[in-house]
Each structure stands twice: as C-alpha cells, then as structure tokens.
Design a binder for this molecule. Structure first.
Ligand code: F0G
Length: 347
C-alpha cells in the first residue's frame, strides 16, 4: 500500500473506478519503480491540454496547444518529478530531503515530503523568491533557510551538503525527478494521437528540457524542442528562472534543443496576453515559451507550449502589471460610470 493512501475500499463500497490515478500508476512501466516502491502521490500529472485559438491566430500558428501544468497539486510541473523522487527516496530509506529552489521545487518538495512523513530542508536565494511560494513551502512544514547568495550559490551548497549523505537532494540533478517530468511528453503525444511539430518550454536550469528530450528518445521521436530562457538570466523579473548558470546546459545542448531568449518586456506581454486572451493566469516565467511563439520564432502547424506554473504563485508580479481597481461609492450609477470608463481604458 502506498504511503498516504487509504486502504482499498471494501468490496461493498460503491466505488466503481479509481477516482484519481497517481502519475506513477499511469506510467508505471516507463518509470524506475517496482512493487516495493511506496507511491507518494498527491494526484499529480494528467494535466489539461488546452487549445488556444485566439493566441494561435495572433501568432500565425494553425494549432496552438497549452500544456497547463499549473493544474498539478502544488501549482507547478515540479510535482511530476517530485512524486517519483520522494517515492524513491522513501524506498531507499531516506531520512530527509533537501533542495535548493527559486520557489516551485521548494513547495513541491515540502508537499511530497509532508505526505511521506519525511522532513524537508529547503534553501532559497535570499530575497529572490515570490512570497506566495515561500508561504506555501512554510505552510507545508518544510524548514526554509534563506541563503545569502544567488540560486547558483544555493544549489552548490545544497549539493555539497547532500554529498554528506544526511539528505536526499530532490533538485532536477536527481535522475528520478527527470524521469517523472518526462511524463508530460507522454501525455501530450497520447492526447494528440501523435507528436506535435514542436514542444516549447521555459529554460531555467534545463532539467525540464532534458526530461522532454529523454521522453522523446524513449518514444523514438525527433520532435524539435524549443527552450526559451530569460535574456538577462540574472536579473529577470521571472524569479522562477532567475538562474545564471544552468546546471543542465550540457544536456540541453546534447539534446539538440533550440535555445531562444525572451526579454522581460516580451515575457510580460505574453504573460498578460495569455491571461486576457485565453483566460489562463500563469506566473511570469511560465510565459517564456509563449513569448517566442508570439514573436513568430517557432515553426510548425501544431505547436505545444508548456505553461509551467500558476499565476497565484506570484501575486506581487500580477499586482505590478494588472490594472488597479478604482474605488467607487456603493451606488449603481457611480459603478456603471466607473465600469465603462475602465472598459474604455482596456479596450
Ligand atoms: N517554470 C517554472 C514555473 C519554474 O519554477 C522553473 C524552475 C522553470 C520554469 C524552469 O525549469 O529549471 O527545468 O529549466 N524552477 C526551479 C525551482 C529552478 O527551484 O523551482 P528548468
């Protein structure tokens, strides 16, 4: 029985089919798990693949699909890898997990560790993580330490500590994490009944790019991957991908991914367009792939863009860029007038 799971329902219970399929069960034969692996799941994966017709027209792409990874339990794609990494850590007798993070790995590690009954130690670069991600991580019971330094300094320190054997490192340098993350490609290929013309995703450390490449290799496909990094890696407003020195740069190169850059203006424009045109609110970093597509930099009739994390992860960024509410009297005439004035401004 998996950790965090209730016993199977009694025969008499009126449950006709499993309610939620853990990612590990859906892709068991493609993952490094066995019957002995305790499945630590929060209902990750199986995320929506959404058509984006309005943005497809704007970009001049026949079919634009969005892999909405914000639907994962902690609000980002990290949960795909974390279910595998924490399940394997538990199987191998880990006593604690550790990560360095710009915020999303932190929340995911904290959640799966809590579910597994393991302590989590989370290191974040000082002052460079969205407040909601820190609150989420703290609420989930992790010990959070802010490190005086950049993400790159933080990851180096985490790797050194993990080398002492007291903690299992659950960053994407952990191969079990990448195994889990590759499943997004399996879902897309299954749902589209074949590969798209391109996969497009943000490029921070490159772990997700290397996972996608691994999935394509396993499927015997050579679909192009387009990985989009922040032009100013060390200072971008997209804190999730504020990484100076991507740890998987070599793997990204070896995978033959096409690396493009988007500056903050392009990121913000794509991020706002996704919200206002398609009704999807993501965090700024998640719009990196879309920025390249909207610029016309991605070829193909059928393009899949991965939207990696939810907008509620970074409300302060939204607050800075979205229209502020006007203050009105509790009066229908005043409200009607203010409403049409605001519509005029955004039309
Ligand atoms: N999108 C989001 C929302 C992220 O949080 C990250 C990375 C990326 C994209 C980049 O993915 O590193 O696999 O190329 N976040 C890490 C973290 C660094 O600590 O949460 P990548």
């Amino acid at each position: 029985m998996g950790v965090g799971h209730f016993p199977p329902p009694a025969k008499s219970a009126r449950v006709s089919r499993p309610v939620t399929v853990p990612l590990i069960e859906r892709f068991r034969e493609r993952l490094p798990v066995s019957a002995r692996t305790p499945v630590v799941s929060l209902g990750e994966g199986s995320t929506p693949l959404l058509a984006a017709p309005t943005l497809a027209r704007a970009a001049g792409v026949r079919e634009l699909w969005l892999k909405w990874e914000a639907s994962n339990p902690t609000g980002s794609y990290k949960d795909r890898g974390m279910t595998v990494a924490v399940s394997k850590a538990l199987e191998l007798g880990a006593e604690a997990v550790l990560c360095a993070s710009t915020g999303n790995t932190a929340a995911s590690a904290a959640a799966y560790a809590a579910r597994a009954g393991l302590p989590a130690l989370v290191l974040t670069p000082e002052g460079a993580v969205a407040g909601a991600k820190l609150a989420q991580t703290r609420m989930l019971g992790a010990t959070v330490l802010e490190v005086r330094g950049s993400f790159d300094d933080t990851l180096r320190a985490a790797q050194e500590l993990a080398g002492r054997g007291t903690h299992v490192l659950v960053n994407s340098v952990n191969p079990d994490r990448r195994e889990g993350q590759k499943t997004a490609v399996f879902e897309v290929v299954e749902e589209l009944d074949g590969p798209p013309d391109a996969f497009v995703l943000p490029y921070g450390g490159g772990g997700n790019t290397s996972s996608y490449a691994q999935a394509l290799a396993e499927l015997g496909l050579s679909t192009p991957i387009v990985s989009v990094e922040a032009t100013d890696r060390r200072r971008t407003l997209a804190t999730a991908i504020r990484i100076g020195d991507p740890v998987h740069a070599g793997a990204v190169r070896d995978a033959g991914a096409r690396v493009l850059a988007a500056d903050d203006d392009a990121l913000v424009a794509a991020w706002r367009a996704l919200a206002s045109e398609e009704g999807l609110f993501c965090e700024p970093s998640s719009a990196a792939g879309l920025a390249a597509v909207l610029r016309g930099d991605v070829e193909g009739d059928r393009v899949v863009v991965t939207i990696t994390g939810h907008g509620l992860k970074d409300p302060a960024a939204a607050d800075r860029h979205a229209a502020a509410p006007a203050l009105v009297a509790p009066d229908a005439d005043a409200i009607a007038a203010a409403g049409s004035a605001a519509r005029g401004r955004t039309a």
